[in-house]
Design a protein around this ligand. Structure first.
Ligand code: PSV
Ligand code: MN
Length: 407
């Protein structure tokens, strides 16, 4: 284990020499908040196989305990997203209280309208009226759960789409989508937001009803000010410039939040920033340079780890978001702007590179020390017996075939 703290003074001096206000940067890093997903703590797999993990959370209580543990070690993961019905309880007041007593709070509520028989042809866009009605009813119930859980985000992702040309009327599906979302929107608690997530393929492969940010944005505009777009970093084609999408949505005041992960999987299961840390950094640069426009953005991880130790993977994911944010905070945006206006392409690019190539680990170690945390959360995790203890206490769930979190 490297003791990064010993390098802090040197780095602070270097940053001050570049005109960076190190104290202000540290203050912002202490304010960072990344929500972890309840479903990331349970067993999960690909459609081929679930590899059961010894100690994986078996119910919402264990998921909350694990999320609270990740928060205790990192200090910046204060809330937990819930998926309904995976995390359903009949006593939301008690669950809210339980989360709070563990030091975390309940976060975004994610309705699930993709795992029921009736949703085979879609949920809000299904040609079957009763499937549509039930999907709406479930999402309205989720609005009620938000009230009880104290959550202010309804995070909507639909698995809707078709697999064959001609399978359904695409324009009709658009109308059903608009009508369904509008009905749910009417039930949002005051002051809360509906975040509309898009995904360009899967589980339907001919077309997806909400395939891209433009479609989600168009829906949000029609619905009203409480509807915004959610960018899941995994849900894009490989060449897509996500930072550009982020900047557009920020400027239009419709960026609601993120689901972080790494798009090599095309979906939710690989650690954010593990393959493309530079891309993650550019996303954070857009957020930092947008200033107040980014005030209400919700930062959420959407990852279900299949072969990695679940807690260590979640801690690493949170750390990767911290690193990207720290690097974005040490870009000299005034100098960047100067170079941009002068048309000095490479000087501008080097402003990014100088920040990106700076090793911010000593800075983060210092921030953690000042927050009363261990400067290295991974070392703290590895030295701790939490993972061994839950492995002993919870054991291993029965192996199953494949698919989504067993919840
Ligand atoms: C769909 O792939 C998705 O990204 C949505 O956010 C779901 O709620 C989540 O994954 C389920 O794991
Ligand atoms: Mn997602």
């Amino acid at each position: 284990m490297t003791d990064y703290l010993q390098y802090y003074e040197h780095l602070a001096e270097q940053l001050a020499g570049r005109g960076i206000d190190v104290e202000a940067v540290k203050a912002r890093l202490k304010q960072q908040a990344i929500e972890t997903p309840s479903w990331g703590y349970g067993d999960s797999g690909t459609r081929f196989k679930v590899f059961p993990w010894r100690g994986a959370a078996r119910n919402v209580h264990e998921k909350l305990a694990d999320a609270a543990y990740v928060h205790r070690l990192t200090g910046v993961a204060p809330s937990v997203a819930l998926h309904i019905p995976w995390d359903r309880t009949d006593d939301w007041a008690a669950l809210k209280q339980e989360a709070e007593s563990l030091g975390v709070r309940l976060g975004a509520i994610n309705p699930n309208v993709f795992q029921d028989e009736q949703y085979k042809l879609g949920s809000l866009t299904s040609p079957d009226a009763s499937a549509r009605e039930n999907a709406i009813a479930h999402m309205v119930e989720c609005c009620d759960i938000m009230r009880q859980a104290g959550s202010d985000i309804l995070s909507v992702w639909l698995a809707d789409g078709t697999n064959y040309a001609g399978q359904d009327d695409l324009r009709e599906r658009k109308h059903r989508l608009e009508a369904g979302l509008a009905e749910v929107y009417r039930h949002l608690p005051p002051g809360s937001r509906m975040l509309i997530e898009y995904k360009f393929f899967e589980p339907a492969f001919y077309h997806t009803d909400l395939p891209d940010w433009g479609t989600a944005y168009a829906m949000a505009l029609k619905l009203g000010p409480q509807a915004e777009v959610l960018v899941d970093t995994g849900h894009h084609a490989q060449g897509t410039n996500i930072a550009h999408i982020v900047s557009f949505l920020l400027d239009e005041r419709r960026l609601g939040g993120f689901h972080f992960n790494n798009r090599k999987y095309a979906d939710d299961d690989l650690i954010v920033g593990s393959v493309a840390p530079f891309e993650l950094f550019t996303i954070f640069c857009e957020l930092v340079s947008a200033g107040d426009l980014a005030t209400n953005v919700a930062y959420m991880i959407d990852q279900s780890h299949n072969i990695e130790p679940k807690l260590e993977a979640m801690i690493q994911s949170v750390i990767n978001c911290q690193v990207a944010y720290a690097k974005a905070l040490i870009v000299d945006y005034a100098r960047l702007e100067e170079a941009q206006r002068a048309g000095d392409v490479l000087a501008a690019h080097r402003e990014y590179m100088t920040a990106f190539e700076t090793d911010v680990r000593p800075l983060l170690a210092k921030v953690r020390e000042e927050m009363g945390l261990h400067p290295d959360p991974i070392a703290a995790y590895r030295a701790d017996d939490y993972a061994a203890r839950i492995a002993r206490e919870r054991g291993i769930a029965a192996a199953s075939g494949g698919g989504y979190p067993s919840a």
